[in-house]
Design a protein around this ligand. Structure first.
Ligand SMILES: [Zn+2]
Length: 225
């Protein structure tokens, strides 16, 4: 089967789904879209910019190889990190022909309940592009930055919408692939040094990766079990 995984940033594919992708890459064709260039991926302003974007692209390609994914099947759309929500209609136009070309059976993308603006935008772009491209595929979302009740009204509303939606969550057992996931993540050298214990706990100690069913998961169910 053909599977498309959509990352807002280079490394989201490892954190959220490295185990699932390693599992799926054995018998399926995996494609990746990276929407942003990751140029802001440092707490130090002097490290941010073109050079970091280039480093992150190379790290992503190395990480994909570890996951068993051909880096030539990755689309780097290079929208500026942190600003994807300004480019939604442009990104929808660019994504439609990619979807039509691949014609995937399963698509993973960030949830539109995401608290992170780039992740939220990537989810919105994918929903529109899939609709316009008339792609019939399983659709699953992932929630990396969960919305919380906070002073930010928009995020609080997103939290309430998420809870009310009662979307079905599925958990992929990645026990056999935890080492591969971590090896792939280590290729993202520029990022892993900034992961704190809480992040490591959430994404690298769990034997399961969680996805929400946006639209059917019959194809995925067949290949995951
Ligand atoms: Zn991200």
């Amino acid at each position: 089967m053909k599977i498309l995984y959509v990352s807002a940033h280079p490394d989201d594919e490892c954190d959220n789904a490295g185990g699932t992708l390693a599992k799926l890459s054995k018998h399926n064709d995996i494609y990746i879209i990276y929407f942003t260039d990751g140029r802001l991926g440092s707490p130090y302003p002097e490290e941010r910019g073109d050079k970091l974007a280039l480093i992150r692209k190379k790290e992503a390609m190395e990480g994909l190889k570890v996951l068993g994914i051909d880096p030539n099947k990755a689309y780097f759309l290079e929208y500026p990190d942190g600003e994807l929500s300004k480019f939604i209609s442009d990104a929808v136009k660019k994504t439609i022909p990619i979807l039509q070309n691949i014609s995937p059976n399963v698509v993973f993308y960030p949830s539109t309940f995401e608290a992170h603006p780039d992740h939220w935008a990537a989810g919105k772009i994918m929903k529109e592009a899939i609709h316009e491209a008339r792609i019939q595929a399983d659709q699953l979302s992932y929630l990396n930055w969960e919305p919380k009740i906070s002073r930010n009204l928009k995020i609080t509303l997103r939290y309430l919408e998420w809870k009310i939606s009662m979307k079905k969550a599925i958990y992929v057992n990645i026990e056999e692939f935890m080492d591969v996931k971590f090896e792939a993540t280590k290729k993202h050298e520029s990022q892993i040094k900034y992961f704190d214990d809480q992040y490591m706990e959430k994404f690298f100690k769990s034997k399961y990766e969680r996805f929400y069913v946006e639209k059917s998961y019959s194809n995925l169910k067949e290949i995951i079990s």
